[in-house]
Design a protein around this ligand. Structure first.
Ligand code: ACM
Length: 691
């Protein structure tokens, strides 16, 4: 394990262990060396993410050199040609193969797939690789895209070059709706960020980009019918209609649907800044810079509100061809409705029980508008009210229970509770959340109503520089949960493959690995950040609630720069799982694991080298705020070295030692500069093992 922040244990680097320097220095390999190289031929190591439904590995390989050609022998169109060219370009970058020549990949596709990709698009494919060539078969372009991503993930390498393993794969997704939502309201994300995110999504076979385009903090899509939406509601940060259409086309080229969200009737401050007549409160209104739930809410009692929304939805339908439009519907606090006498009178006159019933009335009217413009409705949990029509899809953010309850009543739904990326949970936590858990109690018919799930990237604390490390690589674990068979559950194997997929995603243009180093350099004001690495490697951001409370207390807004140590640190860095793994192996039987003991000792020693780290941190205002962490790291290192020596020598620790060390661990749990340690649980296990 490399505790300096690097990814270790890369399965692809196997096979070179036996080759000596002498073999490689000569211009020509001796026959003995060649024989040794062949004897070292690596086996196929499965790093597929997501895992396919069925894979049979044979023996042998298809060498990728010097050329590799692809032909579509049945149907092809621009989209398929584009997908093949993109896959070939990535293959060439990785392996150096040129196009043309042999071996050959034959892509047999039956037809284009749906003109507007829908929830029932056929994404299945089969991929057969023999020593002579490869054959990909799919019913649609989209299935072929999924298969091409699998092919790229199959590439293996060893001292002899790059190759594909002999395998036979039959694959199709477990769930039809596998999405990622990005909130572009609280922090705007330029088109380039969206496009590279779409590339990453396609790489792990996600198929829905849910684009949260409006909220209290900003209205992010150009309306020509209502120009003041962005004119007064966006501070100039919005997507033009051409840009949005470009994103839709780009996503289609990757087999990804784009579902836009316009959050109504609450979370709507940015609408009413330019159009106060839509609001239930008196106004005037200003863009909200803070975070939380705010009072502005549309007035559901006025016909003019619906006339406005009718024209707006009509306009948006020309940009977003997807069958679904997301209407938000979450977190309306009802305050403006309670304070407005006219609205209260309306509630009485219509025999509505409360503000929730009034929102249900609003949703019914909105549903008619969506239908008029050929759109189906999806909304967050709160839209699920007693007389909601059964064709509205519910996106559950409050818990899997409400999703199951909806399915029992006949509603289709998708799960997001458990997939909130802003909560800063480890990939393993998301991975363990199943949209239809084994104990769901749903009949097969009810379970079939659960269409899938979406990871959610709310953007209070992400900006274009940090968003990649908040989305990736953890979203790949969620993507696997949504695509792969339910039986694929090994956490250790997920982390093994995630480390490889993380590198592949970075190679694709995402910056979740490189940004940490760049940010640390910027924070330290020097390229020489070696002293910072051992500390940075074992820190991660605090959870959402802790950051949220701190931010409220410190008046953090959308304009507060995200340039502190916490923003540089990725959630769930490799140290958390790797260190935990190393520790649990060691603790199984300390005396029998001298190698693990050495590795732990090396790590602990790297934590105690302080003067340079303190000098570096003291010279930077943002790093200085985290200085207590440097002192704590020394204490943790010292504690670790002592614990190892007691365990290896069998000498008991002095009275009081354990209590004192557990107190150090307790203290290290408290947030400092919005960071937390990744290694405390493993250290606690270590200390508790000492007699
Ligand atoms: C939500 O988290 N308010 C959907």
């Amino acid at each position: 394990m490399n505790m300096n922040g690097g990814v270790s244990g890369l399965a692809r680097s196997v096979g070179l262990g036996m080759i000596t320097g002498a073999m490689l220095t000569g211009a020509v390999l001796t026959s003995t060396a060649l024989a040794q190289l062949q004897a070292n031929q690596a086996e196929f190591v499965n790093t597929l993410m997501p895992q396919p439904a069925q894979l049979t590995a044979g023996s042998g390989r298809l060498a990728l050199a010097p050329g590799f050609s692809v032909s579509a022998d049945k149907f092809h169109d621009d989209r398929l040609d584009g997908a093949i060219a993109w896959a070939l370009e990535r293959l060439r970058t990785q392996t150096g193969v040129s196009s043309g020549g042999s071996p050959e990949l034959v892509v047999s596709v039956d037809g284009a797939g749906e003109a507007v990709q829908g929830v029932d698009e056929d994404e299945s494919y089969s991929l057969d690789i023999t020593a002579q060539g490869a054959h990909l078969h799919a019913a649609t372009d989209v299935g072929a895209m999924r298969g091409l991503e699998t092919l790229l993930q199959l590439v293996q390498s060893d001292g002899q070059g790059f190759w594909l393993p002999v395998v036979s794969i039959q694959d199709s997704p477990r769930f039809r709706w596998r999405g990622l939502m990005i909130d572009c309201s609280r922090h705007f994300e330029p088109v380039g960020v969206i496009e590279r995110t779409l590339d990453g999504m396609a790489a792990v076979k996600l198929n829905v980009f849910h684009w949260h385009l409006s909220d209290d903090q900003g209205f992010r899509i150009e309306s020509r019918v209502y120009p003041k939406l962005t004119g007064l509601g966006s501070e100039g940060q919005y997507y033009t209609q051409e840009e949005a259409k470009g994103v839709v086309a780009y996503a289609r080229g990757l087999g990804i649907r784009v579902v836009p969200e316009f959050d109504m009737p609450g979370h709507s401050t940015s609408w009413v800044v330019g159009y106060p007549d839509l609001a239930s409160g008196p106004g005037p209104f200003a863009i909200e810079y803070g975070f939380g739930v705010f009072d502005p809410v549309m007035d559901p009692t006025r016909e003019s509100t619906y006339a406005f929304l009718d024209k707006f939805v009509a306009e948006m339908a020309t940009i977003f061809p997807d069958a679904w439009m997301h209407i938000g519907g979450d977190e309306n606090n009802g305050v403006e409705w309670k304070q407005n006498a006219k609205i209260q009178a309306f509630i009485s006159a219509h025999n509505l029980k409360d503000t929730a019933a009034l929102q249900a009335y609003f949703n019914q009217k909105l549903l008619q508008i969506l239908k008029r413009h050929g759109k189906k409705m999806i909304g967050w949990d709160e839209v699920l009210t007693p007389d909601l029509p059964k064709d509205v899809v519910v996106q559950s953010w409050r818990g899997a229970d409400s999703l199951a309850a909806g399915a029992k009543q006949g509603y289709s739904g998708i799960l997001s509770a458990g997939y909130y990326l802003d909560h800063m949970e480890p990939a393993s936590a998301h991975y363990s959340v199943d949209p239809v858990p084994a104990n769901s109690g749903l009949t097969p018919k009810q379970a079939a109503r659960i269409l899938g799930g979406e990871a959610c990237m709310w953007s209070e604390y992400v900006d274009p520089r940090t968003i990649d490390s908040r989305i990736w690589p953890r979203t790949a674990a969620i993507a696997e949960r949504l695509w792969s068979p339910q039986s694929v559950t090994s956490e250790d194997d997920m982390y093994r493959r995630l480390a490889v997929e993380s590198l592949r995603l970075e190679e694709l243009g995402l910056t979740h690995i490189s940004q940490e180093e760049a940010s640390l350099r910027a924070l330290a004001g020097t390229q020489e950040i070696g002293a910072l690495r051992p500390l940075a490697a074992v820190l991660e951001p605090v959870n959402f609630d802790t950051r949220s409370k701190w931010s409220q207390a410190h008046n953090v807004t959308t304009h507060t720069p995200l340039n502190s140590l916490v923003d540089a640190l990725p959630p769930d860095p490799p140290s958390r799982h790797d260190f935990g793994d190393l520790m649990s192996t060691y603790l199984q039987d300390p005396v029998a694991h001298p190698e693990e003991e050495d590795e732990l000792n090396d790590t602990f020693r790297s934590w105690t080298a302080q003067p340079e780290l303190i000098e570096l941190m003291s010279a930077s205002p943002q790093l200085a705020a985290a200085l207590p962490r440097a002192q704590q790291l020394t204490e943790l290192g010292t504690l670790g070295i002592e614990a190892l020596s007691y365990l290896s020598s069998g000498v008991p620790a002095p009275a009081g030692w354990k209590g004192q060390k557990l107190a150090i661990l307790d203290e290290a749990e408290a947030p400092v500069a919005l960071t937390r340690f990744t290694v405390l649980k493993a250290l606690r296990d270590l200390v508790n093992e000492v007699r």
